[in-house]
Design a protein around this ligand. Structure first.
Ligand code: PEP
Length: 254
């Protein structure tokens, strides 16, 4: 059930990296996303919250979108240190990553929390990028498909109020240099696609499914060519403009 018609999206998750001086990297990404590359893939940069407004202003009028890495489910209130989806939109952000494994693990976020954040994103007019993925132990035990299916079921609402991106990121592949086999990625993305279509009908076909976890220029072409892989969520390699652009260039080449 491949959705080969979907444009690839390559989104960079900068995590807790980047200072004002890192605007140079954004500038290089904007410059590199020329008409040829823009025809091949959409690009998004998700800097830390401190850089969000400046990056959004800088990228305004360009083909590069700017997103955030997390949001609170509430629109406002006594939540010290948190950021509402409405604030991200107000700062010029167009999207927000929710349910990244580092949030799920280090901040104890449940599927229900992730779902509430995705709903907050839609409420604010943002595109949610909902992350799912199994641990190494879960894959070794043969439970990867079941774990991800459960995360999808719990992290998404019963009907889709807007556009959605899902990122499959095996926890054991994030920042490790390890990647699943192409067969394992194909199996997982096919299963996610079937689950989304069962749940949402035709709207499930329009959801872009990103692969994330140690994507780099050397493995991007192979990963991006897999059926139902509609782009990449990139951590470490997104901090280097040439590497990030090289990953985008690998989309649609095979
Ligand atoms: C991520 O954290 O979303 C990620 C994919 O990281 P990396 O590319 O560094 O593995």
């Amino acid at each position: 059930m491949a959705s080969g018609h979907l444009r690839h999206l390559v989104a960079g998750n900068w995590k807790m990296n980047g200072l004002k001086a890192s605007t140079d990297v954004l500038d290089a990404v904007i410059k590199g996303h020329d008409a040829v590359l823009a025809a091949r893939a959409d690009l998004m940069v998700c800097p830390p919250a401190t850089l969000l407004a400046a990056f959004a202003a800088r990228a305004g009028g360009s083909t590069v979108a700017v997103g955030a890495q997390d949001c609170h489910a509430a629109a406002a209130g006594a939540f010290t240190g948190d950021i509402a989806a409405e604030m991200i939109a107000d700062a010029g952000g167009k999207a927000v990553i929710v349910g990244h494994s580092e949030r799920r693990t280090l901040h104890g976020e449940s599927d229900a929390d992730v779902r509430a954040k995705a709903e907050a994103a839609w409420r604010a007019g943002l595109l949610p990028i909902v992350c799912v993925g199994e641990t190494r132990a879960e894959r070794d035990a043969g439970h990867a498909l079941a774990i991800v299916a459960r995360q999808i079921a719990g992290s998404l609402p019963d009907s889709l109020p807007g556009d959605l991106v899902v990122a499959y990121e095996p926890v054991w592949a994030i920042g490790t240099g390890l990647t699943p086999t192409t067969a394992d990625v194909a199996e997982m993305h096919g299963a996610i696609r079937r689950q989304l279509v069962e749940r949402y009908g035709g709207a499930g076909q329009a959801v872009r499914l990103l692969y994330g976890g140690s994507v780099k220029p050397s493995n991007a072409a192979e990963l991006m060519a897999i059926a139902d892989v509609n782009g990449a969520l990139v951590g470490g390699a997104s901090l280097v403009a040439d590497d990030f652009l090289a990953i985008a260039k690998a989309c649609g080449t095979s």
